[in-house]
Design a protein around this ligand. Structure first.
Ligand SMILES: C[S@@+](CC[C@H](N)C(=O)[O-])C[C@H]1O[C@@H](n2cnc3c(N)ncnc32)[C@H](O)[C@@H]1O
Length: 228
């Protein structure tokens, strides 16, 4: 990804060193004490909604895919602009049938599909705002999904959410660094962008993090775009 692309900073921190620290640090104390968002909720979300032909956008270390209860040799496609992420997850998930796609979710996806499920877990808050631009990610994913498919995930909300003082300090620091761009992200905005691409949207906010399940894409893979 070009350094001057607005999405560059949201993915550039994921070096091999950070990926090694991610599970014990980000999914451990940072999830628990900073965002007050239990990692086991995310595992539950994966276990409940993942389906046999799955697309995982921004898989990070692949922790949730590893704990999703997928049988050996299941087909999974991982999509991320960061080559370190794709290498790390492919190695970790050797027991699955992994296809790695280096791409930006804000651009039309070069992933074959159609996918029965897709995850966008803790990625939206890394994408460049405003929310109207983030809606491109949802549209692009919906377009490669099968009719009746389900998109699920979570995202840390912005300054108007119920963060503690510690959470706010991290929110500002991560936004200043550019790893996050979510100060203006709201639950209503997230519901709105999901609802533009999916018929059924369920959303729940725990502390300052929204968890979503969006089913039944409006323009799934293989169906013509509406005219007019
Ligand atoms: C905070 S990590 C989340 C990792 C994992 N999904 C989880 O829930 O722990 C953000 C992930 O999104 C990826 N990412 C950032 N910007 C992206 C973009 N424009 N398109 C696709 N993936 C992106 C990063 O490279 C990283 O893998």
């Amino acid at each position: 990804m070009d350094r001057d692309d607005p999405a560059y900073r949201g993915q550039s921190d994921y070096s091999r060193a950070l990926l090694r620290l991610y599970d014990p640090l980000v999914l451990g104390p940072i999830a628990r004490f900073v965002w007050r968002f239990p990692t086991k909720e995310q595992v539950r979300l994966y276990r409940e909604h993942i389906r046999p032909i799955h697309l995982d956008v921004g898989p990070g270390t692949g922790y949730f895919l590893e704990h999703a209860g997928f049988p050996d040799d299941s087909r999974v496609t991982i999509l991320d602009p960061n080559a370190n992420v794709l290498r790390y997850v492919t190695r970790r998930l050797r027991r699955l049938d992994v296809t790695a796609v280096q791409a930006d979710v804000l651009k039309p996806l070069p992933a074959p599909g159609p996918f029965e499920s897709a995850a966008l877990s803790l990625v939206l808050h890394c994408l460049p705002g405003p929310m109207a631009r983030k809606s491109l990610a949802i549209e692009n994913i919906a377009r490669v999904m099968a009719p009746g498919g389900v998109l699920f995930g979570a995202s840390v909300l912005g300054r108007s959410a119920n963060h503690t003082r510690l959470g706010r300090a991290f929110l500002w620091a991560f936004n200043k660094r550019g790893a996050f761009d979510n100060l203006d992200d709201t639950e209503a905005g997230l519901r709105d962008i999901l609802g533009r691409s999916f018929r059924n949207v369920e959303l729940q906010t725990i502390a300052g993090t929204a968890i979503f399940v969006a089913a039944d894409p409006l323009n799934p893979s293989g169906e013509p775009e509406p005219t007019g």
